[in-house]
Design a binder for this molecule. Sequence first.
Ligand SMILES: *[C@@H]1O[C@H](CO)[C@@H](O)[C@H](O)[C@H]1NC(C)=O
Ligand SMILES: *[C@@H]1O[C@H](CO)[C@@H](O)[C@H](O)[C@H]1NC(C)=O
Ligand SMILES: *[C@@H]1O[C@H](CO)[C@@H](O)[C@H](O)[C@H]1NC(C)=O
Ligand SMILES: *[C@@H]1O[C@H](CO)[C@@H](O)[C@H](O)[C@H]1NC(C)=O
Ligand SMILES: *[C@@H]1O[C@H](CO)[C@@H](O)[C@H](O)[C@H]1NC(C)=O
Ligand SMILES: *[C@@H]1O[C@H](CO)[C@@H](O)[C@H](O)[C@H]1NC(C)=O
Ligand SMILES: *[C@@H]1O[C@H](CO)[C@@H](O)[C@H](O)[C@H]1NC(C)=O
Ligand SMILES: *[C@@H]1O[C@H](CO)[C@@H](O)[C@H](O)[C@H]1NC(C)=O
Length: 311
Amino acid sequence: MVFTSAVWALALLSLPLFSCAKATIDQQIMSLENSNPGFLQYPTQLTQNVMPKFIHSHNDYWRDVPLLEAISLGVMSVEADVNLFNGTLFIGHENAALTPNRTFDSLYVQPLLQILNAQNPKTPFTVNQTTPNGVFDTASGTPLQLLVDIKTDGVETLPFILQALQPLRAGGFLTTFANGTLNTSAVTVIGTGNSPLEQVKALSPRDYFFDAPLTQLDDPSLNTTWDPTLSPIASTDYEVAVGWSGIGNISDAQLANLTKFVNDAHTRGIKARYWDTPAWPINARTNVWKVLMDNGADWLNVDDLEAASSF
Ligand SMILES: *[C@@H]1O[C@H](CO)[C@@H](O)[C@H](O)[C@H]1NC(C)=O
Ligand SMILES: *[C@@H]1O[C@H](CO)[C@@H](O)[C@H](O)[C@H]1NC(C)=O
Ligand SMILES: *[C@@H]1O[C@H](CO)[C@@H](O)[C@H](O)[C@H]1NC(C)=O
Ligand SMILES: *[C@@H]1O[C@H](CO)[C@@H](O)[C@H](O)[C@H]1NC(C)=O
Ligand SMILES: *[C@@H]1O[C@H](CO)[C@@H](O)[C@H](O)[C@H]1NC(C)=O
Ligand SMILES: *[C@@H]1O[C@H](CO)[C@@H](O)[C@H](O)[C@H]1NC(C)=O
Ligand SMILES: *[C@@H]1O[C@H](CO)[C@@H](O)[C@H](O)[C@H]1NC(C)=O
Ligand SMILES: *[C@@H]1O[C@H](CO)[C@@H](O)[C@H](O)[C@H]1NC(C)=O
C-alpha cells in the first residue's frame, strides 16, 4: 500500500501543471502498464468495464464461445438448448448439432461456477458479505438470466437439470423462492421450451422458474397466477402476436397488441420478451427493436449480439 501511493505521488508530481498534461499522463499510464505492477490488477476484473444490457442471446451455442461471448458484450441473458440422452444433458437446438463433450455442465454450469468463484474472492475484505456478486463487475447485484430451453420431454428432463445445477446451488449462486421470499442471486434460471409448468410450480424451494406465455397471462384455462416468484419473464412469438415487418408503419392493431401484452406482464411485475423478430433487412430489424423498446418490451431477443449491444 505504501509502495502504491508512493508510485502515484511520483507520477503526479512529475506532471507539469499547465502544459502537455495529457501527453505526460498518457506517458505515465503507458509506463505503468508496461512495467505491469501487480497493484494494477484486482480480483474481479474479468468483466471490467462491461455494461449489462437487457439482451437475450438466442441459440447461444452458435457462438464461437458460448456464454463467454455474450457476457463479454454485457448480454444479461443466455439460452441453453438442452437435450436429455442416456442421462446426460447435451447442448444444441437440433440433434445434428450435438456432440459428446458439449453438455449443459461443460458449456454452462462449470464456466459459470468458475466465473462466479472469481467474482467472489474469499478475502478478509469480503468476510461480511452475505449476497454473492454476479458476473458483471460494473453491476454486481445484476443477475445473469439463464433460459433453459428443454428440447426433450419436460417431465423426464427437469430432474436432470435440477441435479446439474447443484454446484451453482451449493455456492448460493441461484435466485431462489423459498418461504414466501424471492432471494435474487447471481444466476436466475428460467425454464422454457418443454419445461413442465405443473412440475415447476410444485418446486419448493424453487430455483428453476418458468417462462410464462405472454399472450395468455389472463387466460383462466391455464389455472395459474402468474407472478415473478414463478415467472420473472413472459415471452411470445412476435410474428404471431404483432407481426409488423419493420417496413412502413406499424398498424394500430399491431401496436395495440404489442402494448397490451407488455402491460399484462408489467402489471404482474413480469418482464416481457418477444422472440422471432425480423432479422433482415437490417433497417427493418432495427425499426422493430426500436418500436419494441419504445413500447416497454424489456428484453431484446437477438442472434447478432454485437449489433444489439451497440444499438
Ligand atoms: C446411449 O447409450 C447407448 C447404449 O450404451 C449407446 O449405444 C448410444 O450411442 C447412446 N446414445 C447417445 C446419444 O449417447
Ligand atoms: C470433443 O469431442 C470431439 C470428438 O467428439 C473431439 O474431437 C474434441 O477434441 C473434443 N473436445 C474437447 C475440448 O474435449
Ligand atoms: C465485519 O464485521 C465485523 C463486526 O461488525 C467488523 O468488526 C469488521 O470490521 C467487518 N469487516 C469488514 C471487512 O467489513
Ligand atoms: C439469500 O441468499 C444468500 C445466498 O445466496 C444467503 O446468504 C441469504 O441469507 C439469503 N437471504 C434470505 C432472506 O434467505
Ligand atoms: C425456510 O424455512 C425453513 C423453516 O423455517 C428453514 O429451515 C429453511 O432453511 C428456509 N429456507 C430458506 C431457503 O430460507
Ligand atoms: C388448478 O391448480 C390447483 C392448484 O395448483 C389444483 O389444485 C387444481 O386441481 C387445478 N385445476 C385444474 C383444472 O387444473
Ligand atoms: C393480436 O394477438 C392475438 C393473440 O395472440 C392474435 O390472434 C391476433 O392475430 C393479433 N393481432 C394482430 C393485428 O397481430
Ligand atoms: C406513417 O406514419 C407517419 C406519421 O404518423 C405519416 O406521416 C405517414 O403518412 C405514414 N405513412 C404511411 C405509408 O401510412
